[in-house]
Design a protein around this ligand. Structure first.
Ligand code: MG
Length: 167
């Protein structure tokens, strides 16, 4: 049953505010603004976890890690990734590939793209050439274009964690 590839989609929006730490895909940015959130607000990791959990047929991130639970306050989102991978591995699945789009006016992603790819590859246990990440602006329109928020969209492909011996 697990030998059929499964695709999952995750989308996450966070408001941006001055004087907030800016951590995206587990990488710390030198930025004037950062995402607001109950945890560290890492929208890329939140969307990535939701994509992986969705593909595995598991509950979503908000259900597993409620923002009403004080234990999750200011929690590093890398811990959500670790828990997500534990659940996925227990189902006999692994992440085969992942592609991410981050829409934001600030910070600029380009200088950190390779670091973000490497961190995502590490967190979701796949080769770096199977992870990609693209930065887009909001074209000066809407909340993203005005620099009030950022949005991360991630698709993830999952497959069996082991080959079945049939090659
Ligand atoms: Mg979030």
């Amino acid at each position: 049953m697990n030998d059929i590839p499964r695709i999952g989609l995750g989308i996450d929006v966070h408001r941006l505010a001055p004087s907030r730490p800016c951590v995206l895909a587990g990488v710390t940015f030198d930025s004037q603004v950062g995402p607001l959130g109950h945890s560290d607000g890492d929208a890329v990791l939140h969307a990535a976890c939701d994509a992986v959990l969705g593909a595995a047929g598991l509950d979503d991130l908000g259900t597993l890690f409620s923002d009403r639970d004080p234990a999750n306050k200011n929690r590093p989102s890398t811990e959500f990734c670790e828990e997500t991978m534990r659940l996925v591995t227990a189902r006999g699945l692994r992440v085969l590939s992942m592609d991410c789009v981050v829409e934001t006016e600030a910070p600029k992603l380009q200088p950190m793209r390779q670091a973000m790819r490497a961190r995502l590859a590490e967190l979701f246990a796949l080769p770096v050439d199977r992870v990609n990440i693209k930065g887009k602006t909001g074209e000066k329109i809407g909340a993203i274009g005005r620099g009030e928020a950022l949005r991360a969209t991630v698709v993830a492909l999952l497959g069996p964690s082991r080959t079945t011996g049939r090659g």
